[in-house]
Write a protein that binds this ligand. Structure first.
Ligand code: SF4
Ligand code: SF4
Ligand code: SF4
Length: 208
């Protein structure tokens, strides 16, 4: 009964309720990304902090889920998520905490986490797992990709026909934000997107 009262109060106050959280993840196909977004949305309103398994666990879960979608997750992250999910399920006082725990635990029953630990997102929604590279043999040094990249991530010098000794264009992985703008900008199909190995450096770390 207090849950219903809480939800009504929440709606009246204009704050996000669980309905909004579920809605925010509706279109996401990747289970891991969906869980990450779910927890992020859950945390996007100030946390009431009445129970520790929820208030601390949900934050840790978000950090670990982000590590996994960024392609730097480990088995330890998955085990921690399992532990957090169980603790939240039994230690949360309200339906919101329990719903979040159930969502997380259900996602952990899928193969998606294993795929992400192997640097694969089969739904191709975890963009950090994509790598953009230029195929040197196809590149004519026209420079159009470099002009299209808003993040100054493509290095190279446009070819002038009467000069020689140019180096091939190259994508700086640390700067690339995986926006994909360079692919249609290349008239020669010289930019490929692979989905195998993480070259970019990890940015998300779990706090000690
Ligand atoms: S489970 Fe509910 S009451 Fe407990 S901290 Fe989370 S949101 Fe607050
Ligand atoms: S994907 Fe985006 S950021 Fe990366 S190189 Fe291409 S245009 Fe630049
Ligand atoms: S647009 Fe294509 S061909 Fe032109 S420099 Fe970039 S990769 Fe090379």
């Amino acid at each position: 009964m207090s849950d219903i009262k809480d939800e009504i109060e929440q709606e009246e106050s204009g704050k996000k309720g669980m309905k909004d959280v579920f809605k925010a993840v509706e279109g996401i196909k990747c289970v891991v990304k969906k869980s990450s977004k779910f927890v992020e949305e859950f945390l996007s309103e100030p946390m009431c902090g009445r129970c520790l398994p929820c208030s601390l666990g949900s934050y840790e879960a978000m950090v670990r889920l982000k590590r996994i979608t960024a392609g730097i997750g480990t088995e330890e992250d998955v085990h921690a998520l399992q532990r957090i999910g169980v603790q939240m399920l039994f230690g949360s006082m309200c339906k919101k905490g329990k719903d979040t725990a159930k969502f997380l635990l259900e996602s952990l029953n899928t193969e998606a986490y294993k795929e992400h630990l192997e640097k694969r997102c089969n739904e191709r929604e975890c963009l950090s797992l994509d790598i953009y590279t230029i195929i040197t043999e196809k590149c004519t040094l026209c420079g159009l990709c470099s002009e299209a990249c808003k993040y100054n991530a493509i290095m190279g010098e446009k070819k002038v026909s009467y000069l020689s000794g140019y180096l091939p264009f190259e994508i700086r992985q640390k700067r690339c934000v995986k926006c994909g703008d360079c692919v249609p900008a290349c008239p020669y199909g010289a930019i490929e997107v692979t989905h195998e190995e993480i070259k970019a450096e990890a940015e998300v770390e779990v706090e000690a």
